[in-house]
Design a protein around this ligand. Structure first.
Ligand code: GLC
Length: 563
């Protein structure tokens, strides 16, 4: 990797930050966050070290699923502003060196979308085939419903035309028939529209559902097109249409094991999704946290496919806007994580996950929380933060379902945590109360405290950005005898780093042997003052506090880099 490559494939060492406009900053006092509010905070985000903003759906929507039920893919929900405000946001972000990606929902629309209204109006409607219909009574599909408490299957009967339509999520989110070329064309047109307004890519929602042939066998009239061809077409279109100084990317939500994700990158060709969230590493990280044993995480990292195209990348995260799903773990592993971090029933979601934020799961222990974020930024791939993680926000369990972690951003100790001047009853969502509420956790206070999580995260972001071997390099898990410790090395060309994380509260000395390093090599600590020297036996000892972490950059004699 040359430094110039990092500008071409910019997403390979980006710091991505996800914003839900509704709860970020309300600029006009109506209780709902908006585009001008977010634009006011671009400098804050630049200060945190964010290099790419991910906007959750802001399109017109009846909001049965937090905006993922879209009724107009070309629009801006007037509660957030208009297209002018959107363009202003993108412009200010770009000026501060921040790229912008937006959510693209290709699997479904809202049932209020004009396509679905027409589709359900009659069997002869030209839009009938935009969705998936069946005339025979569906079997029991309760196991397949994504929101089991709310839906008892994935087919809903429609009185008017007396057939069933498919929906993996809510019945108000009918699944599009992505085998239909007209649907494919309509979706690429949407991408073209937002690219023209300046976006740098898309976070693509629920990808495996969208190309799952087995569920498209409803009443589809068309010859099936090869499902992965659809992703190839999207990627090729993106490449053709992205303009400006660098190419755009598609970051897909594919919650599948590594081996199955491979096909979504386009295998070795790498011609489908540019990036994918690594759900396996995410879930194994929480298993490792629960056990205070780094081995599950080390195994998950080691079994990532190695033969990926250079243009592809994994996105790492700790928490996101959804439940912390544990569906890739075994039932016993899942119970271990749930028992440790969600002891109360109300902290759980749909039997498979947690509706909590990380600091609350760690009982607010600042050492452990800082270690977790250090680990996130040190993993091979691109880190993704959910808004409020940088200041250590907690959840509000009084807010139902997954919304518990989507509470207003806590800016200050002011009314409503500085989110809005509206009456509390008018707020889009209730503010967190108690020890994680704005009286104790807020951005203004954190900015003044050099020891705050905010300063820690922004230091990590900056270090991550100037160590491209983290995003680009090859991973080696280093042998050492403490199972509580993850010691890994990232190497790209002659740049190399050693990253050590102690998942336990015990202090430890970690002896390391670096066979390819000679006496005279120094390991420069990038997060604090200090260095370790490699001796004539290629060895060094690294001391770690409880929940300690070290980022050590390998400096050989004569290395000209600024370290
Ligand atoms: C994705 C989103 C989630 C949404 C679902 C349906 O999983 O992350 O929030 O409910 O898709 O659109």
């Amino acid at each position: 990797m040359r430094i110039t490559d990092t500008a071409d494939l910019w997403y390979k060492n980006a710091v991505i930050y996800c914003v839900d406009l509704e709860t970020y900053l309300d600029s006009d006092g109506d209780g709902i966050g908006d585009l001008p509010g977010l634009t006011q905070r671009i400098d804050y985000l630049a200060d945190v070290g964010v290099s790419c903003l991910w906007l959750m759906p802001f399109y017109p929507s009846p909001r049965r699923d937090n905006g993922y039920d879209i009724s107009d893919m070309f629009g801006v929900d007037p509660r957030y502003g208009d297209h002018g405000d959107f363009v202003e946001l993108v412009r200010v972000a770009h000026d501060r060196g921040i790229r912008v990606i937006v959510d693209l929902v290709i699997n479904h629309t809202s049932d209020q979308h004009p396509w679905f209204r027409q589709s359900r109006a009659s069997k002869d409607s030209p839009y009938r085939d935009f969705y998936v219909w069946r005339s025979d009574t569906p079997p029991d599909t309760s196991e397949e419903a994504m929101f089991p408490g709310q839906e008892d299957g994935i087919w809903t009967y429609d009185e008017k035309t007396q057939e069933w339509y498919l929906h993996h999520f809510l019945h108000t989110q009918p699944d599009l028939n992505t085998a239909n070329p007209q649907v494919r064309e309509a979706i690429t047109k949407t991408m073209g529209f937002w690219l023209q307004l300046g976006v740098d890519g898309f976070r693509v929602d629920a990808v495996p559902f969208a190309i799952n042939q087995t569920t498209l066998t409803g009443a589809d009239q068309h010859e099936f097109l090869e499902p992965h061809d659809y992703l190839r077409t999207l990627r090729a279109f993106l490449q053709r249409r992205s303009s400006g100084t660098s190419s755009a990317m598609v970051l897909g939500e594919v919650n599948l094991p590594h081996q199955d994700q491979l096909a979504f990158f386009g295998g070795e060709d790498g011609d489908q999704l540019t990036m994918q969230f690594d759900f396996t590493v995410n879930q194994k990280t929480f298993l490792s946290f629960a056990r205070e044993d780094a081995r599950p995480l080390a195994e998950a990292l080691s079994e990532r496919p190695q033969n990926l195209s250079v243009e592809t990348q994994y996105a790492n995260f700790l928490r996101n806007h959804d439940e912390l799903t544990l569906d890739l773990l075994s039932a016993q592993e899942r119970d271990e994580v749930l028992d440790t971090f969600a002891p109360e029933d109300e902290m759980r979601f749909a039997g498979r996950g947690l509706r909590r934020r990380l600091p609350a799961m760690f009982d607010g222990d600042p050492r452990r929380i800082k270690m977790a974020y250090s680990l996130l930024f040190s993993l091979p791939g691109t880190p993704v933060l959910f808004y409020g993680e940088e200041i250590g926000m907690g959840e509000n369990l009084e807010v139902p379902g997954r919304e518990a972690v989507r509470t207003p951003m806590q800016w200050s100790q002011d009314k409503n945590g500085g989110f809005s001047s509206a009456r509390p009853s008018k707020l889009a969502r209730k503010v967190v109360e108690g020890p994680f509420g704005p009286q104790h956790v807020n951005a203004a206070q954190a900015r003044r405290d050099p020891e705050s999580l905010l300063h820690h995260v922004s230091r990590l972001a900056r270090r991550y950005r100037d160590c491209p071997e983290l995003g680009w390099g090859e991973l080696t898990i280093l042998d050492q005898h403490h199972h509580e410790v993850l010691a890994h090395r990232m190497t790209s060309g002659d740049q190399s780093m050693i990253l050590i994380h102690n998942l336990s509260p015990k202090s430890l000395v970690v002896p390391l042997t670096l066979h390819d390093e000679e006496k005279g090599t120094e390991l420069i600590d990038l997060l604090q003052d200090g260095a370790c020297a490699v001796d004539a036996e290629h060895a060094t000892d690294v001391t770690l506090e409880g929940y300690g972490y070290r980022w050590l950059r390998v400096k050989r004699p004569g290395d000209p880099r600024l370290l």
